[in-house]
Design a protein around this ligand. Structure first.
Ligand code: DQA
Length: 145
């Protein structure tokens, strides 16, 4: 059976394509998810995509990933900057997590410079728009070997 990667997107990312296109681009979440599945297939890994606007549902998805997925690519949206619950969930499941952001959070408002995900992630990719998801899949495939 091939390895499986979970692509987990948080709040407001369902609006990609029309949401502040000057910041997040015009690519839709469906476009990104299709690209992730195709890219995963080209590398021989299966990719599952989940999006939720709810913090608890994201915690549940992280818990459910244990034993199902080899790693998680997580764009936690604004919960990145607030959610100790997501940080604790990641620490609890002990799965490799790559933190992802479309925008360069370090070049934006100060409150976006803090990440509760970063201390429990194996690494962070930000600032490359939708290309970042492809980069994250490459990095995860390399990491899980
Ligand atoms: C984001 C950056 C966050 O600061 C913001 O709250 C988002 C999107 C990104 O992908 O650039 O919702 O995670």
């Amino acid at each position: 059976m091939s390895a499986s990667i979970l692509i987990l997107n948080g709040p407001n990312l369902n609006l990609l394509g029309t949401r502040q296109p000057e910041v997040y681009g015009t690519t839709t979440l469906k476009d990104i998810e299709d690209m992730c599945e195709a890219h995963g297939a080209s590398l021989g890994v299966s990719v599952t995509c989940v999006q939720s606007n709810h913090e608890g549902a994201l915690v549940d998805a992280i818990h459910a990933a244990k034993g199902t997925h080899a790693g998680i690519v997580l764009n936690a949206g604004a919960y990145t900057h607030t959610s100790i619950a997501l940080m604790d969930a990641i620490a609890s499941v002990e799965l490799p997590v790559i933190e992802l952001h479309l925008s360069n959070i370090h070049a934006r408002e100060k409150f976006r410079h803090t990440s509760y995900i970063a201390p429990v992630a194996i690494g962070q990719i930000c600032g490359f728009g939708s290309l970042g998801y492809r980069m994250a899949i490459d990095a995860m495939v390399h990491h899980i070997g």
